[in-house]
Write a protein that binds this ligand. Structure first.
Ligand SMILES: Cc1cc2nc3c(=O)[nH]c(=O)nc-3n(C[C@H](O)[C@H](O)[C@H](O)COP(=O)(O)OP(=O)(O)OC[C@H]3O[C@@H](n4cnc5c(N)ncnc54)[C@H](O)[C@@H]3O)c2cc1C
Length: 501
């Protein structure tokens, strides 16, 4: 860095302690709110011109699209931020419970509706797949038990701290270790529970919620199904991005300053403390620093250090290929969330592990205009069409995108009886290269490292390391992991670690 040309940024209030947050993803915004509530003057640096990171939106040709997350679980974690700041969350954004969380279409023609009412869902699986309802209820009870046993240790506390291992919750986990199913795979546990291959595929799919592989991820990950099937699935009434807008409004009311189009280039250390960051032509000092950047570029580029060895040994989580299609037609048989399952699920994950994409991928179609008026013009629908793909290893993405597009259109023709390609009025594509470029996510992985090993939870980067006492880590690439609820949980953990201003 040419230190001579860097100007110190003018500090306006010498009396208030300062915090800098790098990145305005959902975890960065939530951390900023929590630190402002603790009395810090917070500045958030965001390289993009908009907040939200992976959780953003765009409009084209009369359509609005949420670009990333589409499923909203544990909404109380977002509400909590408003309550913490003495506000009523309903003055900022609203959401409604879904009657069914997803509609599943199988290659053999079976259609299953995943009702959020457990009894109804179990009855549906019995009727459509012949799986006794008691099996589904029993499995979901086990998922609930797993969540109640592990959440305080694995999700809501700074897992890596030694003191955390001495709590009553941790001791309870140790006493019940067998129940975690850590030495079996997700698929192994599911197969022992369900006889029907379609039901197994349905529950295996939850591994993809953190970019993992059900044939490798530990059985503990079956906890994910608990959120949707026992606690409920929700949807913000004005679309996913309305959550980001609401949080940014709250942050600004709490005095947080957002600096958009301002990429943090370097994070400068002074002994055991971070002294400041450089962004644009300025050098900014602060007392506390929170990174919402993916951990790999944070170390490699901003800190100019090597990523800790234990972390770099982990597999990356998978990425996604998304087609945003403005469709000139309506499809009453489709719901808000739809899954068109592949015929051979193991092969799909073998392809991802090899860095390729199967020619029969499971296709997810999310249509927010089913619920949000104005998300598409009259008589049209906004389709977010996604498949799981490997992280960016320099593959021929143009070739992969073009082949996947044809495979997806062929599948949708078989399922709907309509030539979807001819109905596309607006098209945008996002592949792992674009995800990496837009959100600084290493290799375009959606959730940092994967959970494909029984040691994954131990290999996630902690929210603080002893190396720098005033540096904290939040967001999907660190503990407890990716996805909106876990990102919000990581911001809560960080706030608990940061001293009061
Ligand atoms: C296609 C897709 C579908 C998904 N589906 C779901 C879902 O249905 N449900 C769910 O819960 N989750 C889902 N997720 C995952 C979820 O979106 C993420 O886990 C979460 O949004 C990550 O938030 P984050 O705070 O970690 O930061 P990110 O969203 O990764 O944002 C980080 C921000 O930091 C900025 N930044 C990084 N480095 C710098 C720097 N040096 N200077 C300035 N700015 C910087 C980036 O520009 C970016 O805006 C999905 C993700 C994708 C991409």
């Amino acid at each position: 860095m040419d230190q001579e040309n860097i100007k110190p940024y003018l500090i306006t209030d010498m009396n208030q302690r300062k915090a800098i947050v790098i990145g305005a993803g959902i975890a960065g915004i939530a951390s900023a709110i929590r630190l402002a509530r603790k009395g810090y003057k917070v500045t958030v640096f965001e390289k993009n011109s908009y907040p939200g990171g992976k959780m953003s939106e765009f409009r084209a040709g009369g359509f609005r699209f949420d670009t990333g997350p589409s499923l909203f679980t544990l909404p109380e974690l977002a509400d909590e931020l408003f309550v913490l700041c003495g506000r009523n969350p309903r003055d900022y954004f609203t959401y409604s419970g879904l009657e069914n969380s997803c509609k599943y279409f199988y290659a053999d023609g079976t259609v299953v509706v995943a009702y959020t009412d457990r009894g109804r869902f179990a009855a549906e699986l019995e009727e459509k797949c012949g799986e006794p309802a008691a099996n589904t209820i029993g499995f979901l009870d086990k998922c609930r038990e797993l969540y109640e046993l592990t959440a305080n240790v694995f999700i809501f506390s700074p897992f890596s701290r030694l003191s955390n291992l001495m709590t009553d919750d941790s001791k309870r986990v140790a006493r019940n270790f067998r129940k975690l199913n850590a030495f079996n795979t997700m698929h192994g546990v599911i197969s022992a529970h369900f006889a029907d291959a379609r039901v197994r595929q349905l529950f295996d799919r939850y591994s993809t919620y953190n970019g993992s592989n059900p044939y490798k991820a530990p059985g503990t990950m079956n906890v994910i199904a608990h959120l949707e099937h026992n606690l409920g699935a929700w949807f913000p009434d004005r679309g996913m991005y309305s959550v980001v807008e609401a949080l940014v409004r709250l942050a600004e009311e709490m005095g947080v300053e957002f600096q958009f189009n301002n990429y943090v280039r370097l994070v400068l250390a002074d002994g055991k403390r971070i002294a400041g960051v450089t962004a644009g032509e300025y050098y900014y000092r602060a007392d506390v620093f929170v990174s919402d950047s993916d951990i790999v570029p944070f170390y490699n580029k901003l800190l100019n250090m090597k990523v800790p060895l234990w972390y770099s040994a982990s597999d990356r989580s998978s990425s996604a290929l998304i087609f945003y299609w403005g469709i000139g037609g309506t499809f009453p048989a489709l719901d808000l969330h739809n899954i068109f399952f592949s015929r051979d699920y193991p092969e799909e994950f073998r392809c991802i592990a090899r860095g390729t994409v199967s020619n029969d991928p499971t296709v997810y179609v999310f249509i927010s205009s089913k619920r949000v008026q104005g998300d598409s013009p009259e008589g049209c629908e906004n389709w977010f069409v996604m498949i799981n793909v490997p992280e960016n290893r320099g593959q021929d993405w143009d070739g992969i995108v073009s082949r996947a597009r044809s495979d997806i259109l062929a599948r949708l023709l078989r399922e709907t009886g309509r030539d979807i390609g001819s109905l596309i009025k607006v098209e945008r594509v996002l592949d792992p290269r674009g995800i990496e470029e837009k959100t600084v996510s290493y290799r375009g992985s959606l959730y940092g490292s994967s959970s494909n090993s029984k040691f994954s939870a131990f290999r996630r980067h902690p929210n603080q390391r002893s190396r720098f006492e005033n540096l904290f880590f939040t967001g999907g690439s660190v503990h407890p992991g990716g996805g909106i609820p876990l990102c919000l949980a990581s911001a809560g953990i960080v706030a608990g670690l940061v001293p009061d201003a």
